[in-house]
Write a protein that binds this ligand. Structure first.
Ligand code: FAD
Length: 512
């Protein structure tokens, strides 16, 4: 065993990021002699939002040997097939970004070229009519994908909505059962080693010193270690993603228990709706240049579907990321690392990949800089890819009814996104970079949802006779409709598999 190995890991912060990291390191390093201490301050609290995820969250559960349903029961969780984007391309129009594929490719030609060909010939079926996940979502149905690759049910994926506070508690219990030491104390000073500026210890309220070898900064927007002590610097992306505020208000559920998140574009930003078993999470993400806090809260209150269950929670943020995610012996995870607005529910997935990268690149006490360099290189790319994906939503809109949308439509975008858009526009070619979170079907959902379509399709799509092609595509649509008819509603699915022990919202509705 390497005598230089790290023995003391200190995590500062007990939000989603801190407890996900604690749970993961406690699990993976169980027999490695790694002592994990987590310091959090109940006086400061957590950000209190972050309830919609992407399918990667389920890989995280499985990595901890947790069952999806166990987590859902503990967190008032619901199923998520994707996101409905309402009023984004134009007011009155909506489309889905589902987790799953559209149609099937043939002869190495992606499906969308066949669809484009028939569209050019005047056929009217929308692209999302070839997605099982969209068909399930539209009918508020849900079932789990079938792992058998040839099954009609193998072509989609799913994620969760959960109560962020309950999720952190669930992971806290998991981590503490595996030996993580928890201190409810405020960090009041970070003590650096004079020789090289590495973090040596933390001073806690009351004067106690807590020494460590590797530190994870999970202190949220504060970035107490990575910025407060190490002055790492921040890459600001507000010029592309100008929203810098949010207000969140949970409410009682009146509407359907939808198996999807809804993001509705508004005049100065957009509103989320996240259905949980016991309530609905709502928030308005907006641009302070065009809207004040009171007006944003009033708009959100006016849009709530049921009785409000808490006071408005106002949040301020700057989109971007730390210049280094790993600086000296400190690794930032979660909001301390950077922020991208929750339009595609990606922050928690960035926490997962941050934890996974650190696990794979875990240093010893010599802290070989190659490890940090790779962590920083890959994390920067991952953030940039997601940034481009988000920017596309603002750039591709045809809305011109308010200053925000007009400015976004006219803005100069990053070269990486411009290259992608140009190649797609010309011939339907999908560019895939290293460290993309979202793959081709997700880009296709956006391109078609915003009506950003190519001038031409792949000539190889001309291989099939047009009537045969029409019959095949009609068959795909029929298969989807037949499959959906066999599935339960979302409410029935939850009641059967993963209802939380106290179900004030779901039981009456089931019998209604
Ligand atoms: C408006 C909004 C909506 C969001 N929606 C989504 C979403 O739908 N999906 C998604 O994936 N993500 C979403 N996110 C992001 C998500 O909320 C975060 O990624 C996630 O909650 C992790 O937060 P965190 O643990 O990094 O920080 P926090 O929750 O802020 O936790 C910080 C922790 O640090 C502790 N702390 C701070 N200072 C000190 C100190 N000096 N001493 C001791 N402890 C300290 C606090 O007590 C707390 O425990 C959203 C974010 C915002 C702002």
């Amino acid at each position: 065993m390497n005598e230089n190995r790290i023995r003391k890991l200190v995590i500062v912060g007990g939000g989603t990021a801190g407890w996900m990291a604690a749970a993961s390191f406690a699990h993976y390093f169980a027999n490695n002699g790694l002592e994990v201490t987590l310091v959090e301050s109940s006086e400061i609290g957590t950000v209190g939002v972050g309830e919609a995820t992407i399918p990667a969250i389920r890989d995280f559960f499985h990595s901890l040997e947790l069952d999806d349903f166990e987590v859902m029961r503990a967190t008032q969780g619901t199923c998520k097939l994707g996101i409905e984007f309402k009023d984004w391309s134009r007011v009155g129009e909506s489309f889905f970004h589902p987790f799953g594929v559209f149609g099937s490719p043939a002869r190495d030609v992606p499906f969308h070229h066949y669809w484009l060909k028939l569209r050019k010939l005047g056929d009217g079926a929308a692209y999302d009519e070839y997605s099982l996940a969209v068909a399930l979502a539209r009918q508020n149905h849900f079932t789990r994908p079938d792992p058998a690759p040839r099954s009609a049910l193998s072509i989609f994926d799913w994620a969760l909505h959960f109560d962020a506070g309950l999720f952190a508690h669930f992971l806290r219990d998991y981590a503490i059962r595996r030996g993580v030491r928890r201190l409810d104390r405020k960090v009041v000073a970070v003590n650096l080693r004079p020789a090289d500026g590495f973090i040596e210890s933390l001073t806690l309220e009351g004067g106690e010193r807590l020494a460590g070898e590797l530190f994870i900064d999970a202190t949220g927007f504060r970035g107490v270690l990575i910025e407060g002590a190490l002055h790492t610097g921040y890459e600001n992306w507000t010029r592309w993603l100008p929203c810098d505020r949010a207000v969140a208000i949970p409410c009682a559920r009146i509407g359907e228990l939808t198996p999807y998140t809804r993001a509705t574009a508004l005049e100065a930003g957009w509103q989320w709706r996240i259905p949980l078993q016991h309530r609905v999470g709502n928030g308005y993400v907006y641009c302070s240049q065009f809207l004040g806090d009171d007006a944003a809260a009033a708009t959100l209150l006016g849009n709530l579907e049921g009785e409000r269950l808490a006071d408005p929670n106002f949040l301020r943020f700057t989109t971007g990321h730390r210049r280094k995610f790993w600086n000296r012996n400190c690794v930032a995870i979660g909001l301390a690392a950077g922020f991208l607005e929750p339009l595609e529910s990606t922050s928690i997935s960035l926490i997962e990949t941050g934890i996974e990268k650190l696990r794979r690149l875990f240093p010893d006490r010599s802290f070989n800089p190659a490890l940090a360099d790779e962590f920083n290189r890959s994390s920067t790319l991952e953030f940039e890819r997601l940034r481009d994906f988000l920017i596309f939503h603002y750039k591709a809109t045809s809305r011109a009814d308010s200053p925000l949308w007009r400015e976004c439509h006219a803005m100069k975008i990053p070269d990486t996104l411009e290259h992608k858009m140009r190649l797609f526009r010309t011939r339907g070619f999908l560019v895939r970079y290293e460290w993309e979170t979202f793959s081709d079907p997700s880009w296709m959902a956006l391109y078609t949802g915003f009506g950003y379509l190519p001038e031409d399709y792949d000539p190889l799509a001309d291989y099939f006779d047009v009537d045969d092609l029409r019959r095949t595509l009609a068959g795909m649509r029929q298969n989807i409709a037949a499959t959906v008819a066999l599935t339960p509603t979302h409410v029935e699915f939850i009641a059967k598999h993963c209802a939380a022990p106290d179900l004030p919202m779901i039981r009456p509705r089931l019998t209604a």
